[in-house]
Design a protein around this ligand. Sequence first.
Ligand code: GDP
Length: 299
Amino acid sequence: IGKFKKGLSKTRDILLTDVNELFSMDRKIDESLFEELEEILVMSDLGIDITMEIMEKVSKKSRKLSTADELKEVFKDELKALFPVKEETLLNDPKAKPHVIMVVGVNGTGKTTTLGKLALKYKSEGKKVLIAAADTFRAAAIEQVEIWADRASVSIVKHRAGADPAAVAFDGVEAGMARGMDVVLIDTAGRLHTQKNLMDELRKIKRSVSKRMPGAPHEVLMVLDATTGQNALSQAKLFNEAVGVTSLALTKLDGTAKGGIVAAVAKSMKAPLKYIGIGEGVEDLQEFDAEIFVDALFD
Ligand code: GDP
C-alpha cells in the first residue's frame, strides 16, 4: 500500500487535504459539507454522473450519523462498491492455450510499455511468452517491442515495417500454438489521425487471430492514459465499438491529480480494470484492486 500511496500522491494531495478536513471530528454534517465534497469529487475527474450517484448514496446514509468522521467510512465503502467485481481470467484454461491477448490503445498512452511489463510479469511466473509485433506502421515500434522481448527473454514474431499487421498477428498465434506458448501478446498500432483505417486494421487483426485459433483473442486489453482524464473514456468507447474491449489498463496515474478517472472508467466500461500504472518502472504496473486503491487514496 505504501507504493500505491507514493504513486497516487498527486491525487492524494488534492483529495486528502480537502477530504480529511471535510471529514474531521468537529465538522457538522450539513449542506455545505456535501457541496464541498461534490466539488472535490468533480475536480478529481470522477465525472458528474458518478459524483451524483455517490453523493446521493452518501447523503442518504448520513442521516443516521452524527459526526463527519463517521461519514468517511461510508464514503469509502460507496467508492469501493463502484467497481465491478473482478472476473477470473482464462489464463490457465487448457482450451485457451496459448492465451492470446491483443493489446490496443492510442500511441503515447503507454501501450508498448504495458505490453513489455506484462511479458516480464508472465515470464517471471514461469510462463512461456511470445510477442507478436503487429504495429508494423512504424519501424520504431517494432524495435521498441524487440527491446522488451530481449529484456524479458521472451520470443518475438515480427515482419518488416509496412507488412500486413493481420499477417503478423496470424503468424504470432501460429508460432504460439506450434511452440507450446502459454501467452501470446499482440502489439497493435495506435495512430489516431487515421481513425477509420486504424479501426479497420484492428478488426482485421482480430479476425485473422480467430481464424487461426477459434476463441482467440481471449482478451482485448485496452491501455488508457489517466492524464488525459475524461478523454480516455471516449477513446475506450471508440475502441470498444470496433473490437470489443474486454479488459483495461490505466497508465500514468502517478502523473495526474485526476485519479477519479479510475472510477469513471471502471464504472462506464463493462470491461474490468485489470492494471494501473503508477510509474515508469517495471514494478509500477500493478494489478488493480478497488479496496487497496481507495484505502491508498484516503488513509
Ligand atoms: P505507446 O506509444 O502507447 O506504446 O507508449 P509507450 O509505451 O512508448 O509509453 C510512452 C511513455 O509513457 C514512455 O515514456 C513510458 O515510460 C511512459 N509510461 C508508461 N506507463 C507509465 C506510467 O504508469 N507512469 C509514468 N509516469 N509513465 C509511464
